[in-house]
Design a binder for this molecule. Structure first.
Ligand code: ADP
Length: 370
């Protein structure tokens, strides 16, 4: 393994730079040549290679986003486009590729190195590093970026709670997460919210509206005035658009509390949006990015391919699916195709982990939320 290329692809996540830095420094120390590919698969097709050395990665550990840039590249779904990418990698004499990204990016990597497509072409070894603020990847306890995103949500909600408490207001705060409710569930616990709405619950719109209204009315009857503010965290994956949700909730509240002054019971909405993606990575994400990159680059150097470096998978893994990394007792090397299958199960609510998450949240919700 002489030359390893590193790319970041798909949704950016704080901590990606820590992974780029560690892959560069550890790979170089082991005698490999490390190069970066800018803007994911799009940059690969544009032959956008950059050298990566100690100078290039100096000081990036504390930076959010990714110094290599990221992009989405629809054409990569086409076989002829992937052929072109393989030609470019062969011309650049790339032996191994590390893809730092989410579900889509890791799927792209699998197809790029698919034996039936590679044929008699130059063999390519691949390693994945899970990076997604949504925590929607299977077979890893956490992906890079989740911890920073959680901290950002908690900080924002603490601020919102101050004004909500001062005015006895109800806030619905929407957080990112694509189709996965993990960020909404966990941040609701960390914030001390009164209710969390997440897609895995599979509730119809009318039930969601009733749930919010019941919560607001229950909180408003609390004795202690300072405890009468309501914070509700809504995952973006809950399909009901937030402005429509507000209108429906306000209308139902007016019906249920006709004596109340409408402006006093009106809900406020805040969409945190892309704020959740940015910012300096937390200490944990810096550590996670560095450790997963260490495991990924060492796997490639040892000739292992089609694996994802994983942080303590939350399920028992059969030997053929994953093994503990010899480089780090908290990290695993899991089969990339098994990751993609498990991710699909997780998102469809079919996996034991998806059911466990929702069940564990229900238990905690009963005790800690409203
Ligand atoms: P993420 O990696 O954050 O999940 P995306 O789903 O947007 O982000 O995927 C990033 C990129 O990965 C896509 O723009 C595309 O280039 C590539 N990709 C995704 N799915 C596939 C696929 N099935 N086949 C080939 N390439 C894919």
């Amino acid at each position: 393994m002489k030359r390893i290329a590193v790319m970041t692809s798909g949704g950016d996540a704080p901590g990606m730079n820590a992974a780029i830095r560690a892959a560069t420094l550890i790979g170089r120390a082991a005698g490999a040549d490390i190069v970066g590919i800018e803007r994911g698969y799009r940059g690969l097709l544009e032959d956008a290679f950059v050298p990566l050395g100690a100078q290039d990665v100096a000081g990036i550990l504390r930076e959010g986003g990714t110094i290599l840039g990221s992009a989405r590249c629809k054409e990569f779904h086409q076989r002829d486009v992937r052929d072109r990418a393989r030609e470019i990698l062969a011309r650049r004499e790339i032996d191994g590729l590390i893809v730092i990204g989410g579900n889509g990016s890791l799927t792209g990597a699998m197809r790029l190195a698919d034996a039936s497509e590679v044929g008699s072409g130059r063999p390519l070894k691949i390693a994945g590093i899970p990076a997604s603020i949504d925590n929607d990847l299977g077979l890893t306890g956490l992906s890079i970026g989740v911890d920073t995103a959680m901290n950002t949500i908690v900080e924002a909600c603490d601020k919102i709670a101050d004004t909500a408490t001062a005015h006895d207001r109800t806030f619905i705060v929407e957080v990112m997460g694509r189709d996965c409710g993990y960020l909404a569930m966990t941040s609701a616990i960390a914030v001390g919210a009164d209710l969390a709405l997440f897609p895995e619950a599979g509730k119809p719109e009318s039930e969601i509206v009733d749930q919010i209204v019941d919560t607001v009315i229950a909180v408003r009857t609390r004795q202690q005035k300072r405890a009468r503010r309501v914070i509700i965290i809504k995952a973006e994956g809950v399909q009901m658009q937030i402005d429509r949700l507000k209108v429906a909730v306000d209308a139902r509240l007016r019906e249920r509390q006709p004596e109340a002054e409408p402006s006093a019971i009106e809900t406020r909405v805040t969409v945190l949006g892309h704020v959740v993606r940015g910012g300096r990575p937390s200490a944990f994400d810096r550590l996670l990015g560095s450790r997963l990159a260490n495991v990924a680059v060492r796997a490639l150097l040892a000739g292992v391919s089609h694996r994802m470096a994983s942080w303590m998978p939350p399920v028992e893994l059969p030997e053929e699916v994953g093994m503990r990394s010899p480089a780090d007792p908290y990290c695993w090397l899991v089969d990339l195709s098994a990751v993609l299958v498990e991710t699909e199960n997780l998102l469809k609510g079919r996996s034991p982990l998806a059911r466990w998450r929702a069940g564990a949240f229900d238990q905690i919700e009963d005790a800690l939320l409203l």
